[in-house]
Ligand binder design. Structure first.
Ligand SMILES: [Zn+2]
Ligand SMILES: [Zn+2]
Length: 283
């Protein structure tokens, strides 16, 4: 697997690549703009082209954009849905210019409405977005922790979106902390094997492009979204080792979204490196 960190771009793309390189990343995830606003920044084409070239030099590929936290394609408020679609479209365009393969997004929450009604609306919004998706970019749906009426909390529901849309550039990201929170036991090889078998049946491993590797301290099925340091939570080294060693996942990408600053990032990257090295040698 290729693996790396979610890196802030507040100091620019060059600083982000330097940071990722310093910590040994072979993949990277960024926000394209402030993730807490509906405003989109004007696209800086030269900066994005330079970002692409710098990543290539540094061997950091693939890259992903994580979309804004405000995106809610299932909302009852048409203004929120329109703003969400605008953000998504912008990130797909930024990704195409910057040579960024994946645009990873949360789907949102059905709120108080009927699930079937919300589901149909999300399918329509994703369908419209996919109609104008630039070539070379994947729209990636991230699984949720399944709290309340959150969309995409089960592999079955993600599979329903895949089948309803049937688009060649639609993929899935499985966040290990969200999966654990949704009730999937990823702390043993048996649990991981079961999970990946189900992902194969429901989603198809060709569409499973990415993982977010996050440990978590919440109880299994706790439906809360809390990320923790790799190997220091309930998934633990054994769970990540099983994912790293899984023969069907060698071509996938894993991004860490663990808490803290550079010292924590360095420790988490060191942990994941040891896990992959151990998985490779069977140690
Ligand atoms: Zn995530
Ligand atoms: Zn999360």
């Amino acid at each position: 697997m290729r693996y790396g960190l979610h890196v802030p771009i507040k100091n620019g793309y060059d600083a982000a690549v330097d940071y990722a390189q310093r910590l040994g990343c072979t993949a990277i995830q960024i926000f394209s703009s402030n993730p807490k606003t509906y405003r989109v920044m004007a696209m800086d084409v030269p900066a994005l082209e330079r970002f692409k070239a710098r990543r290539r030099e540094a061997g950091i590929d693939p890259a992903a954009i994580h979309t804004s936290y405000l995106i809610n394609l299932a909302s009852e408020d048409p203004k929120i849905v329109a703003g969400s679609k605008r953000l998504l479209k912008n990130d797909l365009e930024v990704a195409a210019v910057g040579g960024i393969a994946f645009v990873n997004t949360h789907l949102g929450s059905y709120g108080s409405r009927q699930r079937s009604e919300g589901f149909a609306q999300v399918v329509a919004a994703l369908g419209e977005t996919l109609d104008s998706i630039p070539p070379g970019v994947w729209l990636i749906m991230e699984n949720s922790a399944g709290a309340g009426q959150l969309c995409g909390g089960t592999l079955e529901e993600l599979g329903e979106f895949i089948r309803a849309l049937d688009h060649p550039q639609l993929g899935v990201c499985l966040d290990t902390a969200h999966s654990w929170a949704a009730g999937y036991a990823l702390d043993t090889k048996e649990g991981v094997d079961r999970f990946i078998d189900l992902a194969e049946r429901e989603i198809g491993l060709g569409r499973l492009k990415m993982f977010h590797f996050n440990d978590t301290q919440i109880p299994l099925g706790g439906h809360r979204d809390r990320h923790w340091h790799i190997g220091e939570g309930n998934i633990g080294f054994e769970g990540f080792r099983a994912l790293a060693a899984h023969p069907e996942l060698r071509e996938k990408t894993a991004i860490l979204e663990t808490p803290g600053e550079e010292a924590d990032d360095a420790r988490n990257m060191q942990a994941i490196r040891l896990i992959f090295e151990g998985a490779a040698t069977g140690a």
